[in-house]
Every structure is written in C-alpha cells, then in structure tokens.
Design a binder for this molecule. Structure first.
Ligand code: 5GP
Length: 141
C-alpha cells in the first residue's frame, strides 16, 4: 500500500489551506458538504488522523468516524426530509476512491429519486452554505 500523501485535497482542507462548507468538527473528525453532491445534503465525514482508507486506519479511529456518520445520517433525515440514507466508502483507486484521505459519504435519499452520477454536477456555493448552516444547527441542537 502506498504511503499517505499529505498534499491530498482533503489534507489541505483539514489544515485549513482550502475552504469547505463545514457541518461538524471535533478533535478527531471533520464533516463537510461534497461540492459535487449526488443528492442534496451529500456530506463527507473524515478522521483528522492521516489515513488513506479502511486499509490503514486504526480500528478505534474508524469506529469513531462511524459514530459521527450515524449522527450526521440522523440529522440529515430531519434537515433534508430524507426517506433513507446511502452510506458509501471507497478504498484505493481500484475500489473507486478518488481522494486518498479516508472519507465516508452520507447521502440523503428520497423515495424514487436516483442519485446523480459521480462528479456530474457542481452545486452553487450559496446553496451549500445554506445546507451546511441548517445541518450544523441540527447537529448542535
Ligand atoms: P471518492 O474518493 O470517495 O471516490 O470521492 C471523492 C469525493 O470528494 C467526490 O464525491 C467529490 O465530489 C468530492 N470532492 C472532490 N474534491 C472536493 C473538494 O475540493 N471539496 C469537497 N467538499 N468535495 C470534493
């Protein structure tokens, strides 16, 4: 397995070198909206520890990420009126992973509405800002 690349785009977001529409942060995790959402409210949950994916993260760190994933999934149901939630997590390029810092996709779903294809649509920043505001408020309250 190749080494973790500290210059990947999510590492830069974690260091604050690039912006994101943040929905949650604590000492171990950061969650922000995907800029090319497959459905409204599509959120990415990352550990702060430098792990490429499920193959190199420590089990406890992975477990904590999944606790945050569950919180965001539950809040997404309330905020986006979702009928269901799709969770995706890809590992290495052969497994569909594009950005090589571990992240879990939390995708709110509506009955009968298909997900957009990956990277097919870039959401307007003002829409992402409003969705992030609502989701982070629901998580805080
Ligand atoms: P994966 O590595 O799981 O295949 O996909 C990476 C995800 O990151 C994609 O859903 C893509 O839309 C998203 N993404 C790529 N670059 C950025 C970025 O700069 N900011 C945000 N918020 N999301 C990104």
């Amino acid at each position: 397995m190749p080494a973790y690349d500290h210059n990947n785009i999510f590492a830069k977001i974690l260091r604050g070198e690039l912006p994101c529409h943040k929905v949650f942060e604590d000492d171990k995790c950061l969650a922000f909206l995907d800029i090319m959402p497959r459905a409204p409210g599509h959120t990415l949950v990352l550990p702060k520890t430098p792990a490429r994916n499920i193959l190199d993260i420590a089990p406890d760190d992975l477990g904590y990420v999944m606790q945050v994933v569950q919180k965001i999934a539950k809040a997404s149901v309330r905020v986006f009126g979702a009928d269901g939630i799709t969770i995706q997590q890809f590992n290495e390029s052969a497994g569909g992973q594009v950005v090589l810092h571990l992240h879990v996709h939390v995708i709110p779903r509506r009955e009968g509405v298909a997900m957009k294809p990956p990277a097919s649509f870039k959401e307007a920043p003002e829409v992402l800002a409003e969705q992030a505001r609502k989701l982070s408020a629901a998580l805080a309250g």
